[in-house]
Design a protein around this ligand. Structure first.
Ligand code: ZN
Length: 682
């Protein structure tokens, strides 16, 4: 499972992750976090914090695993659609070799199309799964293809360019063909109507029958049937083409194994060695029992500094949820941030004892949750360029319950999102004055992350139900109330002297950054994610509006928070931060009471009064102001570049990391250096 950040353009959005605090709140470095923007996408760059502090052996390990992470790129392209590798090659050849007018709108639009194909690892939108609409004509493309060196085109044996175009152009230009990568529409044959390349010639009914017959209801340790194969029907026979060394995708898997073996040679300890070794065995045999053995070894590897995911992992791309797309991430532990999450957890009892809620609703003994925080070193396959900020694996249920799972938060990616949002115009547009903007610049990232830590590590775990209260008593309002409870726990404690004492905030002013952004978001700016005319639906958004509106209304008599107009625009202005903390404490006590007593009517009343309704005038204004900023709703990353340094005898003396590669440059290099599969994989 992965946690993703949608619409990171909303600078104040909270991340659902634990332990992402970072020390420096201000982007003091001159690192360039933004690369470029096109269509609905923004390309960013992330920094591999503390790579230089790894030992030489660990650096080597990262290097080899990074290579293994990039070698599988073509697998994902082919999984996402059977023409993707062919189309990518046609586009890239025209992009690099075309001698005609490169400023012509056909060429410019083809360039955007190619950049989107790179981003999505195919011709369908990475998130919406709809096929892209090309902004260039078939006539232009055909002529361009005729003008380049034919040897570079993905022609099959004996195939002419005319035949290739006849085969592939409908896939690019006809909106009715391969319309959706993954179709989830109830009532249709989900396999026949999905363009992803996990099934060939079989219907949904045939596929379901095939896999249902494999299931044994008495098996308490079932393998994940079908996860590493394409299901095909040939000559009336249905069978699996397994992804393994001597099977489908074998050429790419061979390369992956080559680097994994190198990594095994510099592994940090025997446990990690065993993990890598088992993964190689799985790639070699394709045996799913071996995969489970590998997953168990991987979960048990808790002590290594460097860790990785490499393989067939998530099944979001298969409408039946069986087939796993290939992905990889290499990472190492962020000791500092992990320590901060641990600090909160270690003090969990103090926070519980000192919270403003009624004694009857507090836990006698409370245990905080501490999560591992990691630094991503490379992203590959289905985690590149669009990625997750948190990962929780493995996916096998019996392994999770019997052996546990690893839940990690990727701090340097969150950090890059935050830093890239600085100066994107959002705060300039929506923040009341320079005073608040200075607070946000100085403390915003730090206290935002710390609030998330408090929410995840302590907030959800605090408090208790009274005996006999049904945990589902709040029904449809349950998740909004629960999120509000966790948020309020964090908001209440941010200004506490304990925060400074534990070294989590630099001074007694820091909390104001989060207070301002929280109120602005809850009262106003989160509305940019809602279509005109709609109410607030999603639980996290409801909870934020609930808290912000409640504090606003209930502080009115003392003018704690104001909505003011300046040059016809609405702004949030906080007049008394201390009183605002008092209001948060009061609401926390009430929300905990509602939860502990299972007071359904009070929950409904709070949510319906404060959390759901949208002021249509304000909504319209906010959308119009947001629109003018031209922010891209989706983000992705280019990777850093690692290089081995050797002495005159060929011994490795160092591994360097650099960040100078551009987006197209990186994609073209990957297409060349990691071109591991034939254009047609059958
Ligand atoms: Zn939560």
């Amino acid at each position: 499972m992965k946690k993703t950040v949608m619409q990171m353009a909303v600078a104040t959005m909270l991340l659902t992750a634990c332990g992402t605090s970072k020390k420096e709140a201000v982007p003091t470095d001159d690192f360039n976090y933004t690369v470029e923007q096109f269509a609905d996408l923004q390309i960013l760059r992330y920094k591999v914090k503390d790579f230089d502090k790894l030992t030489l052996k660990q650096k080597e390990l990262v290097y080899y695993l990074s290579q293994a992470a990039l070698e599988g790129r073509d697998i994902l392209f082919d999984q996402n659609g059977k023409y993707n590798l062919i189309i990518r090659q046609m586009l890239e050849t025209v992009y690099t070799d075309y001698q005609g007018d490169r400023t012509d709108s056909n060429f410019v639009n083809m360039e955007v199309y190619l950049k989107r194909v790179w981003f999505s690892n195919g011709i369908h939108h990475h998130y919406a799964a709809d096929k892209f609409v090309p902004g260039f004509t078939p006539e232009f493309f055909k002529a361009a293809l005729q003008s380049v060196d034919q040897k570079k085109l993905p022609l099959a044996e004996g195939e002419t360019l005319d035949q290739l175009c006849e085969e592939v152009f409908p896939v690019i230009f006809n909106p009715e063909i391969m319309k959706k990568r993954v179709n989830q529409a109830d009532g249709e044959d989900l396999i026949l109507t999905s363009a992803s390349n996990y099934y060939e010639g079989v219907t949904q009914a045939e596929a379901e029958k095939f896999y249902n017959s494999m299931k044994n209801p008495n098996d308490t340790m079932p393998v994940m049937f079908g996860m590493n194969s394409r299901l095909v029907k040939e000559n009336g026979k249905i069978f699996e083409k397994v992804w393994k060394v001597d099977g489908l995708y074998g050429k790419a898997i061979e390369k992956i194994i080559y680097w994994l073996k190198k990594a095994e040679g510099v592994a940090e300890n025997d446990q990690q060695k065993a993990v890598i070794n088992k993964l190689v065995e799985f790639y070699t045999t394709g045996d799913l029992k071996t995969f489970d053995d590998y997953a168990i070894l991987w979960v048990k590897d808790q002590d290594s500094k460097v860790d990785f995911v490499n393989g067939f992992t998530e099944s979001y791309g298969d409408p039946l949820g069986l087939k796993a797309s290939w992905e990889s991430i290499v990472n190492f532990k962020d000791e500092e941030a992990t320590q901060r999450a641990a600090t909160l957890s270690a003090n969990a009892q103090w926070f519980e004892d000192n919270s403003p809620v009624d004694k009857r609703f507090k836990k006698e003994t409370v245990k905080g949750v501490s999560a591992k925080v990691i630094t991503a070193a490379i992203l590959g396959g289905d985690l590149y360029p669009s990625t997750a900020i948190g990962i929780n694996l493995p996916n096998s249920n019996w392994i999770r319950s019997g052996h546990g799972s690893k839940s990690v938060t990727i701090a340097n990616l969150t950090d890059a999102y935050n830093k890239a949002a600085h100066g994107n115009g959002f705060n300039e547009e929506f923040v009341y004055s320079d005073t608040e903007r200075a607070l946000l610049d100085k403390y915003g990232d730090l206290t935002g992350d710390l609030h998330t830590d408090l929410h995840e590590c302590l907030g959800h775990g605090s408090g208790q139900l009274l005996p006999g209260v049904d945990q589902d008593a709040l029904r449809a309002y349950g998740s909004t109330i629960e999120e509000a409870r966790a948020d309020l726990f964090g908001l209440y404690y941010l200004p506490d002297a304990k925060m400074v004492e534990l070294g989590l905030t630099p001074d007694a002013e820091a909390y104001k950054g989060e207070y301002y952004s929280y109120m602005m978001n809850g009262l106003m700016t989160q509305l940019v994610r809602i279509e005109p005319g709609n109410n607030v639906e999603e639980a996290h958004m409801r909870n934020r509006q609930l808290i912000a509106r409640w504090a606003f209304e209930n502080g009115k008599a003392e003018n704690v928070v104001e909505m003011v107009k300046k040059d016809g625009k609405t702004y949030v202005k906080i007049n008394d931060y201390e009183k605002l903390r008092g209001l948060f404490g009061k609401l926390l006590a009430e929300i905990q009471r509602i939860k502990s007593e299972g007071d359904f009517n009070a929950a409904r009343n709070l949510v319906e009064t404060y959390a759901v309704k949208v002021d249509p005038e304000l909504h319209k204004e906010v959308l119009a102001r947001y629109e003018k900023l031209h922010l891209a709703p989706y983000k992705g990353f280019v990777n850093p570049v690692y290089e081995l340094v050797t002495d005159k005898d060929g011994n490795i003396t160092d591994v360097t990391v650099s960040y100078n590669e551009g987006y197209a440059e990186q994609m073209l290099r990957y297409s060349k250096e990691y071109a591991n599969l034939p254009y047609r994989n059958e």
